[in-house]
Design a binder for this molecule. Structure first.
Ligand code: ADP
Ligand code: ASP
Ligand code: MG
Length: 440
């Protein structure tokens, strides 16, 4: 059994869906096909929720009507027979009726999650009608019946496995299953999701749950590139990454993978392949246990970072100081990404400001606390970095014009992180592309 996940752009146009149908029928291995929403849909659903949360029903109604019109055109281009078109229109109408009902009732957070789930529910139904019209035998699996998160928003592979196996067992004769990425149920049984870009995470969790031969992530680029192609002109795809390297890149901002999407595959040793729907013969990137080569592989950047600096003379020769500080962050379930210390100060970074006020209040007794928002972490990722000659001299020589606020080196063999002002992110990525990869 293999997993094939197709992202928003891979299903965002009827002709892309034709191509996806071709790709999933190229071999006879049983497969679970995980689909995202059509590109743009989830952003539109977010804006519907935003409008409703501000009480702007008129705006929400207009956005819904425009989205509905988009789906009508899509159906006409995707399907050819009247029967299939009528069926698809009926299926899609149910979702737009649901959105219309939401306009009439009072809005809350749980409803916003219901709204966000509509994208994947619609894309999978449309694709299923298309496969049916083409005579391709398959089964649509409801992700809301097996994908779940606990009260801490964490998924558990073994729970997912039990329920997914029950779903699969209902269709022993089927070889192609289609299901929704991103959507899940939470601990209260409500519709929820795995956060933006979460279909990658769904695919990896499903791959782990069924012990898949491979988890293929099909997207709009030929694999993980050495730098962010949205920012830097000359980038190239990386043939092989270790799970550790891929996890660091995903966590530190390489948008091609959801930040948490590597751990399920890594834990269950499922190879991951990043492939290009538009260029299926391209090699892409293979992610396995072994790094394949030594040295720097890629750079990624994560925005919206807040730096918290705590200065205290009481830290001098004291023990237990760091523990007390970490406990504050733990209490508010706020992960720390980077940390550096001196004898009288500690600086750390967080990527969520959700509980910042409470955290700062509790840190006050420890000393002088300074906060700087709008920072960016640049992660330089590779294998055995600390043993790679020249790496630090090349790194810092490239960064002469940039204000480097923090450096983390040695925490792992796979990552050197630096903190720079958010406004220097683009320049830093460009300078490093030249300094570390020799590319302008
Ligand atoms: P999908 O809709 O298929 O999930 P995404 O837009 O989420 O696709 O991810 C693919 C995009 O990630 C690419 O089009 C590219 O712009 C962006 N990206 C950012 N960093 C990288 C990187 N290091 N390598 C490849 N793609 C990257
Ligand atoms: N449709 C969701 C999003 O846009 C999930 C995904 O595409 O992975 O975030
Ligand atoms: Mg994505």
């Amino acid at each position: 059994m293999k997993i094939m996940k197709f992202g928003g752009t891979s299903v965002g146009k009827p002709e892309r869906m034709f191509q996806v149908a071709e790709l999933i029928t190229r071999d006879v291995e049983p497969k679970i096909v995980v689909l995202s929403a059509l590109s743009g849909t989830t952003n539109t659903l977010v804006s519907i929720g935003d409008a409703l949360s501000k009480g702007n029903k008129q705006d929400a109604r207009q956005i819904i009507e425009k989205l509905d019109a988009h789906y009508q055109v899509f159906i006409n281009e995707l399907l050819h027979s009247d029967d299939a078109r009528i069926k698809a229109r009926k299926l899609i109408a149910e979702h737009f009726e649901f959105l219309q009902i939401i306009l009439r009732i009072s809005f809350n957070d749980a409803l916003s999650k219901d709204i966000l789930a509509q994208g994947e529910l619609m894309s999978t139904k449309l694709f299923s009608v298309y496969l049916e019209e083409k005579g391709i035998s398959h089964e649509l699996l409801p992700a809301l019946e097996f994908m779940s998160i606990d009260a801490n928003d964490e998924p558990h592979v073994l729970d997912i496995r039990v329920r997914l196996e029950q779903q699969l067992a209902k269709h022993p004769d089927k070889k192609i299953f289609v299901t929704q990425g991103y959507v899940c149920r939470n601990a209260r049984g409500e519709v929820d999701n795995l956060k933006r870009g979460g279909s990658d995470y769904s695919a990896s969790l499903i791959a782990a749950a069924v012990n898949a031969s491979v988890c293929e992530i099909w997207t709009d680029i030929d694999g993980m590139h050495n730098n962010d192609p949205r920012i830097v002109n000359k980038t190239f795809p990386i043939e092989q990454l270790s799970f550790d390297e891929a996890a660091e890149l995903a966590y530190f901002g390489a948008k091609i993978l959801h930040p948490a999407s590597i751990w399920p595959a890594q834990q269950f040793r499922i190879p991951v392949r990043l492939l290009n729907t538009m260029q299926p013969e391209a090699k892409g990137t293979l992610i396995v246990e072994e790094a394949g080569s030594q040295g720097i592989k890629a750079i990624a950047a994560k925005d919206g970072i807040t730096e918290v600096r705590i200065k205290s003379s009481r830290m001098l020769l004291a023990y237990g100081f760091l523990r007390k500080i970490f406990e504050v962050f733990e209490k508010y379930r706020t992960p720390i990404d980077m940390i550096t210390t001196s004898e009288v100060a500690v600086s750390l970074t967080i990527d969520s400001q959700q509980h910042l006020d409470q955290i700062l209040r509790e840190l006050e007794p420890f000393g002088e606390v300074e906060v700087t928002g709008g920072q960016a972490i640049i992660a330089i990722v590779g294998n055995e970095l600390t043993q790679t000659p020249d790496i630090l001299s090349r790194l810092f020589a490239s960064l002469t014009p940039v204000e480097v606020r923090m450096v983390s080196y040695g925490g792992s063999m796979h990552n050197i992180s630096i903190l720079v002002p958010g406004g220097s992110k683009i320049q830093t990525l460009q300078l490093l592309n030249k300094g570390l990869f020799g590319l302008d």
